[in-house]
Structure formats: C-alpha cells, structure tokens
Design a protein around this ligand. Structure first.
Ligand code: 5GP
Ligand code: MN
Length: 322
C-alpha cells in the first residue's frame, strides 16, 4: 500500500493535503509534515483545514502553510489524514471529482475505505507514524521541521506517551525524531504550556459542576456557547477538558458535552481498560478509537444525556462492571 501511494504521489503535480475538522495535534502535525515533505519533492501543495488551527499547534505552521480555502480548480491527488470518513475532512458541497486520486491515511478503528488507496492501521499510535512510513517510501529525509510536526502528532495522540497505544515502535519513532533534531522541551512548552488564561478559568468552572454517576463509573463535563462568548474562550481551548473526569479513581467512562449550536451537541467519550467507546459513539453516527471516540447528537441536552447514559450503562452492564 505504501508503495502504491508513493507511485501515485510521484505522478501527481498538485496535491491537496487535508485532515479532520476540529483538528487535533495528530491531524495538524501529520498534515504539516506531509505538506512540507511534498514541497521538498517540488510538488504544488495545498494544505487545507476547514477549521482554524488550535492555538497550541500554530507554531508548526507560522509561515502560513495552512489555508481554509479549497482550490477552485481541483488537484491531481488528495491525501486525507486522520479522518475516518471523507465528510470529516472535506465539506460535502465540494465536488468530489476535484479531489483527483484520493489517498486515505488513518489509524481509526472505525475508518471507512473512501480512498483509491487506503492505508489504515489502528495499531499505529498516531497517523503521524504512518506519514513517516509514507515519507520513507518516497525517500524524503526527516528534517527538523518535519520531525517536529510528526513528534507533535505522536506526543498528543499518545497523551504524552501515557495511553495504551504507546508501543515499542512509538518510542523507536520518538528516538528517531529526536535524533533528527526535535526538542521535546520546546514542543511541550508550545503544546502544553502556552495556555490562554481564559481556558483555565473556564476549566475551573466546568470541573466545579462536573456530574459524577452515583456508582462512580462515569463522570461528565459540559460546555455551553454563551459561556464561551462571555469568557472569551474559543472551542480550540476545550481540548483536554475530558481528561479530568477520566482521571478520577473508579471512573470507567468520561463524557464531555459540547454545545455546537442550539440543540446540537458534540459528545466526546474517553474510557479506560475494556470499555469500547468507539462502538458506543457509533450508536450516534460517530466513531473513533477503542478508548477515545465522539459523535454529534441533535437534541436538547437532557435528551442527549439520557441517550448517552443509557448507551454507557448498557455497555457497562454487558461488561459486568455494573
Ligand atoms: P474528540 O472527543 O477528541 O473530539 O475525538 C476523539 C476521537 O473520536 C478522535 O479520534 C476522533 O477522530 C473521533 N471522533 C470524534 N468525533 C467524531 C465524529 O463525529 N465522527 C467520527 N467518526 N469520529 C469522531
Ligand atoms: Mn489521530
């Protein structure tokens, strides 16, 4: 598959590189690394993201690499990164013919084979791992800039090498990236220690009113649009809120309800151990990984909560945890 992808990439002159909406570190890091690598091969590259780059990943593309405009003329090939379906990366109203030859590179459990070539490996800790394999096949060396983008992808998708997706090959890759010039301290400072004050203040408010199930097996936080406006919090600042309910002893599933519009809630799930939240999110048309998933539910919040809690408790009972 990597060979076929490399052949297709070599043939293309104009390439669109893109990744999922509401991008995370793996999406931005993979997209930036792939785009910079393709430029070294002389390609005309458009790195597209519908949504703005979160504040803590902007250092990867301070030269204006990423655009929110899709090319009117179309391209020879499109590389879609870290997106389990095409609709999570490209707005539905963009003509599919304009994307050219689609190469899908992803590590989601619930990934769809929407590309002409599909490189899908749920064992990869991050899509960034697969990007390096593609670059190796293309013969592009990892310079410091490319390595830093890949390191950011892996660092964030493994929760700073704390999640169960952290494997020997993850650490081997980290070692290779450090040898290529990555400064772990500099990346950590950009990604984790450049937080706007408003984020921390809002996090405090959300934690204060966190809901914890009577049996303690799930805990939930919620964010509302009017509060974001009031405190000057943007949605990219909400990343990581869900890690706090999951950090409580005894909690198997953490939930975050994020208001996206009136009666439209983005629901995120995090679990530990044997609880498969990708499957749970699929009930609501979403997806993701075994221990991290999400989806969107259109209903008033009380109804959303009833549905979500029912699905979680059904799964907890099936696993004999409740
Ligand atoms: P988050 O909760 O951080 O938004 O997403 C956690 C994981 O679930 C990510 O790997 C993400 O790709 C996946 N995910 C989140 N929302 C959706 C969704 O609406 N659809 C699908 N298919 N996956 C999602
Ligand atoms: Mn990822």
């Amino acid at each position: 598959m990597f060979k076929e992808a490399a052949i297709a990439i070599k043939k293309a002159k104009t390439i669109l590189v893109t990744y999922h909406f509401n991008p995370d570190g793996d999406a931005v890091g993979s997209g930036v690394a792939m785009s910079r690598a393709l430029k070294t091969l002389g390609k005309t590259v458009i790195c597209y993201s519908k949504d703005p780059t979160p504040f803590n990943y902007r250092f990867l593309a301070s030269d204006g690499l990423i655009t929110s405009e899709l090319p009117a003329a179309g391209v020879d090939a499109t590389i879609v990164l870290d997106a389990s379906n095409l609709g999570r990366a490209i707005p539905a109203d963009y003509p599919k013919e304009k994307l050219g030859f689609i190469i899908n590179i992803d590590h989601h459990l619930t990934s769809e084979n929407f590309g002409a070539i599909n490189i899908i490996d749920p064992k990869a800790a991050a899509t960034g791992m697969l990007v390096v394999k593609a670059l190796d096949e293309l013969g592009v060396p990892l310079n410091k800039e490319i390595a830093t983008a890949i390191y950011t992808a892996i660092l964030t998708d493994t929760g700073s090498f704390q999640y169960s997706n952290t494997a020997p090959d993850t650490m081997e890759m980290a070692s290779r990236l450090l040898a290529a010039g990555v400064s772990p301290r500099a990346v950590a400072e950009k990604v984790y220690e450049s937080v706007p004050r408003a984020r921390l203040i809002y996090l405090g408010r959300c934690l204060e009113r966190m809901e914890i199930a009577p049996h303690g097996l799930w805990a939930a936080v919620q964010t509302e649009l009017k509060e974001l406006k009031e405190l000057g919090v943007t949605k990219d600042m909400l990343d990581g809120f869900i890690n706090y309910p999951r950090s409580i002893a005894g909690v198997e599933v953490a939930i975050m309800y994020r208001e996206e519009a009136e009666n439209r809630w983005k629901v995120s799930f995090r679990s530990r151990g044997n609880v498969n939240v990708a499957q749970m999110a699929a009930h609501f048309g979403g997806g993701g990984h075994f221990n991290a998933a999400g989806g969107t539910i259109e209903a008033p919040l009380p109804e959303v909560k009833t549905k979500v809690i029912a699905a979680i408790e059904e799964e907890l009972k099936a696993l004999g945890l409740m």
